[in-house]
Design a protein around this ligand. Structure first.
Ligand code: HEC
Ligand code: HEC
Ligand code: HEC
Ligand code: HEC
Length: 287
């Protein structure tokens, strides 16, 4: 046998050996059940306990997902939140078995068309709790849940208004968005357009704000003595409360802001970003 052949044989044996190794590792990993399967077991246990084995048999198994065509996004939240549409029977169950709160206007947002992340944020395609809830590096749309909301002094529903208004941007008043409704009134009352261009109208003494929600978090400059985590939302809240502390010598006026107005204004400006036009409700005539 020539030396060349021998080398080729050694190579083949090496490749076969490597393949065998990879296959056995894969078998081992599959033995350890994925987190989502454990979550499904937990939901099944709760449903069996509360509603009986017959109802538990209705539960889906395997990965579940909603494909949102307009945004080409896949939301797999329902892989763990399998009983999200089960209504009052599971309204007080622990997560992820708890059903969705029954909100009167929710029906206007068909789950097949909206998925979950359009309102909640988070990483739709992920299948572990941490990754799905966006608690990972390099994911810029974390779940707007209770824990995160508390760090801004807000409730989960208040924080979520930022997402609601990505679509409801042209309506002056929308149910379920109290902070942003008040902020929209404030922007009109204080005539922010005397310095800023917003949706094609206004002046250029300050920066254009129409798509300010798309400004990358790393594009913000934080003062040396900054106390909060360096998020865009904290930046805007502090900037509205005391513009001069964040941007020295700014022309931006110091407003007398009551209640949660600084938070509301910040949620409002961060909601100003592009979404697919098919999502935008048709403008209503002002009453
Ligand atoms: C791998 C399973 C799993 C996936 C996938 C998952 N979740 Fe969860 N979810 C959980 C568990 C477990 C809890 C309760 C513990 C916790 O909050 O971490 C929970 C809690 C929640 C809560 C309530 C907690 C809060 O902070 O308000 C919300 C809202 C939520 N999930 C939304 C989502 C959304 C939206 C997605 C998809 C992007 C998603 N989940 C995907 C397992 C999952
Ligand atoms: C149109 C917006 C919208 C969509 C779409 C939506 N939700 Fe929600 N969701 C809300 C609002 C608003 C709340 C109430 C938040 C509150 O009051 O704290 C909520 C509450 C929840 C909660 C309870 C949080 C808690 O702390 O008790 C969970 C879990 C949840 N949603 C999961 C989902 C999942 C999973 C999907 C997709 C199947 C989904 N949601 C789709 C708006 C939405
Ligand atoms: C992805 C886009 C989108 C998001 C996000 C969204 N909505 Fe909507 N919403 C719509 C569309 C589209 C309609 C239907 C409008 C219609 O029927 O004319 C609607 C309808 C509504 C209605 C009924 C309004 C009416 O007058 O009929 C309310 C209230 C509402 N949404 C509140 C919210 C709240 C609160 C949130 C956030 C938790 C939210 N929406 C998130 C697009 C969105
Ligand atoms: C007298 C002019 C003036 C008025 C009135 C004014 N601003 Fe400003 N604003 C500025 C200037 C100049 C800047 C840029 C320097 C800075 O960031 O402070 C700015 C910055 C901002 C930023 C940050 C933009 C970025 O690039 O991150 C936001 C958001 C903002 N203004 C919102 C508002 C809102 C909302 C109102 C009305 C309630 C308002 N401004 C009224 C002059 C003004």
């Amino acid at each position: 046998m020539s030396e060349g052949h021998q080398r080729a044989d050694t190579k083949l044996i090496f490749i076969a050996g490597t393949l065998l190794f990879v296959v056995s590792i894969m078998a081992f990993v599959q033995e350890a059940r994925p987190e989502w399967a454990e979550a499904q077991d937990e939901v099944r246990r709760i449903v069996t306990e509360r509603l009986g084995a017959e109802r538990a048999a209705e539960l889906p198994t395997g990965l579940q997902q909603i494909w949102v065509e307009e945004t080409n996004r896949v939301d797999r939240c329902i892989t763990c939140h399998t009983t999200i549409d089960w209504g009052p029977e599971l309204a007080d169950a622990p997560h992820p078995a708890r059903s969705h709160p029954d909100i009167p206007w929710l029906g206007k947002h068909a789950i097949e068309k909206f998925g979950c992340t359009t309102c909640h944020g988070g990483q739709g395609s992920a299948t572990t709790t941490k990754a799905a809830h966006g608690e990972v590096l390099h994911w810029e749309e974390p779940l707007l849940g209770e824990t995160r909301a508390r760090s801004y002094g807000l409730s989960g529903a208040e924080l979520m208004e930022m997402r609601c208004n990505q679509c409801h941007l042209h309506e002056p008043k929308v149910e379920g968005m109290p902070l942003i409704n008040a902020a929209k009134d404030f922007v009109v009352a204080k005539n922010c357009k005397r310095c800023h261009t917003i949706f094609g109208e206004g002046a250029t003494r300050g920066p254009e704000l129409t798509r300010i929600g798309e400004k990358h978090p790393t594009a913000y400059t934080f003062p040396k003595v900054w106390r909060h985590p360096r998020t865009a939302l904290h930046w805007h809240i502090e900037h509205f409360k005391a513009p001069n502390d964040v941007v020295p010598n700014t022309m931006m006026p110091l407003y007398d802001l009551e209640g949660k107005m600084a938070e509301g204004l910040s949620l409002l400006v961060l909601s100003w970003r592009r979404v697919p036009a098919t999502y935008i409700p048709r403008p209503r005539l002002a009453r």
